[in-house]
Ligand binder design. Structure first.
Ligand SMILES: Cc1ncc(COP(=O)(O)O)c(C=O)c1O
Length: 350
């Protein structure tokens, strides 16, 4: 006997990356967190928060945070909506726009949470495979004619990104027919972004998070950029208080500290290039990445073996056991010291 709807009973749950408890000696390169601390101003906020502030509900519109985003990114406030991480925005979008008889499309491979959300809403599902070398399959997506397309750019786990021109072509093709969701979780590490598209297209929604570039994955804070009419629809599917008092205050100072963001991103991009070179020197295939992780295939393709070796050596990376990913690893770019520990663990194996 199942007490839930048949399609929920039949679906598989989302499998998150491992979050080991206990001593921090492990080198954790499996869930694309930022290895550097958040802005020092975050600590100042934590020191100054009064218990009295926690007694009352937060503002449903996370106003302080939204004002800070608007000023920092020079976007109109009415085009911003905050949430408990971009996961929470994906859920709101699926609630509003997916469902029976409505086709939801995404690329394969990509962030598996799109599928989770589409299945919860019992949507029609269409997966569009990436082209060779994980290039963006623009025509395949246009031909799919979805009611909703979820596109991560840069994409996880491939690290590849669509160009703004490609995304604009897709936005244009889908206008009047479907919603284009551009998930920019990793855009802080990338050469390009699509923040200006929602200003011109009423069917585009761009998602940003403070989890990656701003080192605040534990806080749970993200925001959407879209035209006010579309945000008004999403507002209806939102939990009432989806951003807590702490997240609103911390998010406001973190996003204003762009100097801190730039400094961390520059370090991670430099480490990304070094790690690419070092893995290639060991015979690995490494795809060019625009994100804070690398997709890499060991010589011979025994990714599971490399994963186990690294784990035994105290280094945790991400292994997905299904094709086309089962001969590759997704490796978060850590500090140079963490990357060196990964290479040492690999070298100890051979
Ligand atoms: C492509 C993509 N989108 C969204 C998320 C979730 O981000 P958040 O922490 O804001 O929920 C992730 C997390 O790894 C991701 O890889």
């Amino acid at each position: 006997m199942s007490y839930v709807k048949n399609h929920i009973d039949a679906m598989s749950p989302y499998v998150p990356g491992e979050q080991p408890a206990g001593p921090r000696r492990i080198v954790k390169l499996n869930t694309n967190e930022n290895p550097y601390p958040p802005s020092p101003q975050v600590r100042d906020v934590l020191r100054s928060v009064l218990c009295e502030e926690l007694r009352v509900y937060p503002r449903p519109d996370a106003r302080k945070f939204i004002e800070a985003v608007a000023e920092t990114l020079r976007l109109p406030r009415e085009m911003l909506l905050a949430a408990n991480g971009s996961d929470n925005l994906l859920l709101m979008i699926a609630r509003a726009a997916a469902g029976p008889g409505r086709r939801v499309a995404w690329l394969q491979p990509t962030f598996p949470f799109y599928e989770t959300q589409a299945r919860i809403e019992a949507s029609e599902i269409l997966e569009v495979p990436f082209e060779d070398d994980f290039a963006f399959p623009l025509q395949g997506l246009i031909d799919a004619q979805p009611a909703v397309a979820f596109i991560a750019s840069p994409n996880s786990p491939t690290g590849t990104a669509a160009t703004t021109d490609q995304l604009e072509t897709l936005a244009k093709a889908m206008q009047g027919r479907g919603l284009l969701v551009i998930d920019e979780a990793y855009a802080d590490f990338s050469d390009a972004h699509a923040l200006e598209l929602p200003l011109r297209y009423d069917n585009v929604i761009v998602l940003r998070t403070l989890s990656k570039g701003y080192s605040l994955a534990g806080l749970r804070l993200g925001f959407a950029v879209a035209q006010p009419a579309l945000l008004g629809q999403l507002w209806k599917t939102k939990e009432i208080y989806n951003v807590g008092v702490l997240a609103e205050r911390i998010g406001a100072v973190a996003i204003r500290d762009q100097a801190h963001l730039r400094e961390n991103v520059a370090k991670i991009r430099a480490s990304r290039e070094k790690l690419t070179v070092n893995l290639r020197a060991r015979g690995w295939t490494v795809w060019p990445s625009q994100a804070n992780f690398l997709l890499a295939r060991p010589a011979g393709g025994d990714a599971r073996g490399a994963f186990e070796t690294l784990k035994a050596g105290g280094v945790l990376v991400r292994y997905f056991d299904k094709p086309p990913m089962d001969d590759k690893l997704r490796i978060t770019v850590g500090t140079d010291e963490q990357c060196a520990a990964l290479l040492r663990a690999l070298d100890a194996r051979s």
